[in-house]
Design a protein. Sequence first.
Lengths: 159, 523
Amino acid sequence: MSGREAFQPQRAAEIIAAGAHREGPLLPILHALQEAFGRVPEAAIPMVAEALNLSRAEVHGVVSFYHDFRREPAGRHVLKLCRAEACQSRGGEARAAEAQIALGVGWGATSADGAVTLQPVYCLGLCAVAPAAMIDDQPVGRLDRSRLASLLDAARGDA
Amino acid sequence: MTDVRLFVPRDAGALAVGADEVAAALRAGLAKRGIAGEIVRTGSRGLYWLEPMVEVATAAGRIAYGPTTPADVEALLDAGLLSGAAHPLRLGRPEDMPFLKRQTRLTFARCGIIDPLSLADYGASGGWRGLERAVAMTGLDVVETVVRSGLRGRGGAGFPTGVKWRTALQAPGARKFIVCNADEGDSGTFADRMLMEGDPFVLIEGMAIAAIAVGASKGFVYIRSEYPHAIETMRQAIDVARRAGYLGAGIAGSPHAFDLELRVGAGAYVCGEETALLDSIEGRRGQVRAKPPLPAHHGLFGQPTVINNVLSLAAVPFILAEGAAAYADFGVGKSRGTMPIQLAGNVRHGGLFETAFGVTLGELVDDIGGGTASGRPVRAVQVGGPLGAYFPRALFDTPFDYEAFAARDGLVGHGGIVVFDDTVDMARQARFAMEFCAVESCGKCTPCRIGSTRGTEVIDRIIRGEGDRAAHLALIADLCETLKFGSLCALGGFTPYPVMSAIRHFPEDFAAVPARAVGAGTP
């Protein structure tokens, strides 16, 4: 799980300084910011731009290009459901519909209780045990209706 | 009892079906019986329908049991699992099982057998021999060995690996780079993930050999963020290799300096395209670059760069250790060596099947794969990921070979085969291909950025039965021509493959009243 520290400019500056020496430092820094704060905080963007001698627009362009970078923190758990072909062939779309109904949200949204963010993913490399999902960093294969229901129950019970 | 050794995979595909829980149950069962045993966590052998597959070392070799659950463990131990005794889940020696016996495992020779992070295991199973040969050769000799092996890019494009290396060797540059493309985003493919989790040193060795060949001092492994287990294993393997002197100053006792850095992607499919990947490492939006200049001339940070797929680089240690001819002896025509093929989706025997080129699609799907997991008839297979063509049964005589697939308007791609049963709706699959292109387009080329969205809308009209069907289909064909010839990279350029193959081979699904009931395949 990503962290959920409140944004602190000092902490962000440390993270940026720690990554700035690398060749091509921007993506590793954005990943590290998200790891600490659960998102890429808006306030960190000008700091990154200044440290790397980029424009804010360039940094913003990168943050918005990649699906992984969040502007808002996720729920306590992130459920990634695979929507790609191999999982489609084994009923993945049925699982997707069940998850949306159970959580009462669409793709990319967080359930009202703040427990689960539902994210689409296009392939987890678990195509021989499809349909597949990942809850936080834990892979789940052969996802049937009851397994999905118990995953969601566990995630929502864990307040 | 002494020297009990059990093997349980830590591959993400095995973890996804309970391998950790089985390992914990085994540990508890051993403790309860007062037996001191070692549980080695390996990669996967790639027989996923049998995962979690547990193996035990016996005097007669390793004996496998699977698929296991934690609830089976007590009964297995009582039955004599530790001596390889009979039990309904007993599978025998893995190497005698038909699915493995029929394979030619060159790249995946160690995967599922060794402890992925054990240098001792790697060295004892022939590891580093290719690198040791390479450090005693000139860069040009290494390059020409790879040229003679006939190895072609396993990422999908099939460009001769050695020729790419020769270009980078000859290119002048202050620094040179080796980049491993581990952004395996194609649905139905998982060979890169399996290899990085099951035998990471072979990839490091392949990259070190490439560095010697072209004179590179730095390498990057770019792994997609959807693969946290592969990332963690590679990260540890790079540290272990560096401490042992296989990376850093003077690799393997030679004067060559080469170090590796791991980079994590951020959920953009298009970064699997090599020039977009280079932009991503540099810290930019993953947008495709126009070629020329080739990355071999002007690649990462403007320097000569070899960028290869995981499987291409991992094939190289064998080629150096055993010689170019030993690799080129396998295969057919211009497709030399072996291809790690991945059987996926609605297939009974899903997993990794490494074999010489030339096996037919029908053998792979019906014979080796055992047909569908649902037990219903196979209707279509998609080969080569989301940009690959759908094949009907009528084309199951196609041999697995780059040219044979191209001749039938398809592609081998990264070797993934996704099987669908007769509940598949091919109009929906065609729509998905367009939608996927729209979601993942980097936005640089208008046909890809806009055409995919318009294509999705037109297929929606066909599915809803609105307007003039023939005109819609003509428009799709026209749009696909524009995508094919007006896009810089394979995302826009190849999206027409799944779309047009679905229309060509399954026209009944695009008819006014679809010939079949519409429904998603459910297990």
